[in-house]
Design a protein around this ligand. Structure first.
Ligand SMILES: [Zn+2]
Length: 288
């Protein structure tokens, strides 16, 4: 049974696209901060320049500083030449830093000649610097895939149009105490089971409940049920808000939103879930 506090939290995250007018620091619901520094992140990408094409498609100003959105793409195979293209979004919510910190390791690990890997991170660089879910203007980018009022969501749309990914993974964290994934309707059930098994083999503990308290059976997997799809479609139609999972669903593209636990003190464990998921998915795409 949801408490009034839970309902208020739900309303805060789902009924408004813009809760603040600035990148409010967001540490409620037990978030343990993982350190993130934009320049250091850029340096860690620079060392991968021999295998990946690096660019900064947007620089966003906030607080007297410039915050870079990075786009990283396999040099080989090039766009249009890959058998499969995987797009990874890191840090759509800037305070969920494990999914950003995992990016250099993901890039270092993934080397499948038939799979083109494209990463945009941080999708919300101002939020990443400010430990905020929101961008410089206080918008939740992951509610903006109907109106595209934020530069960040428009950039993701442009990358999807240019790359035409076969699969999208968005790396998030949440207040539940274990890891799970939201799956849109195009994620194959067998594939999802194998990916969950790969996470477990890597030492990730899968959640038996998502952050709404719904039971996950098997643990770790939250497929989009028919009722959830209807609620999400209604939410999009009435409040004109949509997250990347539903936006990809509408385009017939499978999307996984990974949610590690932001309550864990263990940086390595939080980051590992993101690395293991993308690595396992690249292997799967190479074999499919
Ligand atoms: Zn998130």
């Amino acid at each position: 049974m949801a408490s009034l506090a839970d309902l208020r939290t739900f309303a805060k995250y789902h009924l408004k696209r813009r809760v603040f007018d600035h990148p409010a620091r967001e540490t409620e619901l037990g978030l343990v901060e993982l350190p993130f520094e934009g320049d250091e992140f850029a340096r860690s990408l620079a060392s991968l320049d021999d295998r990946y094409e690096l660019s900064v498609p947007a620089r966003l100003e906030y607080g007297g500083r410039t915050h870079a959105m990075h786009r990283i793409a396999s040099r080989s195979p090039a766009v249009g030449e890959a058998r499969r293209t995987l797009l990874v979004l890191g840090g759509v919510h800037g305070n969920e830093r494990a999914g950003i910190l995992a990016v250099p390791e993901i890039l270092a690990h993934c080397a499948e000649p038939s799979v083109r890997l494209v990463v945009v991170a941080p999708v919300n660089p101002v939020g990443a610097a400010e430990l905020s879910r929101y961008n410089a203007d206080g918008f939740d980018i992951n509610r903006d895939f109907v109106r595209f009022e934020t530069e960040e969501a428009r950039l993701v749309r442009r990358v999807v149009e240019e790359e035409k990914p076969d699969f999208v993974v968005s790396l998030h964290e949440g207040p539940q105490d274990r890891t799970f994934m939201f799956l849109n309707r195009y994620v194959d059930a067998g594939l999802a089971h194998r990916l969950a098994a790969a996470l477990e083999r890597g030492g990730t503990t899968l959640a038996a409940e998502d952050y709404f308290g719904r039971r996950l059976a098997p643990p770790g997997l939250a497929p989009m049920s028919r009722s959830m799809w209807l609620i999400t479609a209604l939410w999009a139609a009435t409040l004109r808000m949509k997250a990347t999972g539903m936006w990809c669903d509408e385009r017939g593209v499978p999307e996984i939103t990974l949610e590690s636990s932001w309550r864990l003190d263990d940086r390595e464990a939080r980051v590992r879930a993101h690395v293991d998921l993308v690595t396992a998915l690249v292997d799967e795409l190479a074999r499919s």
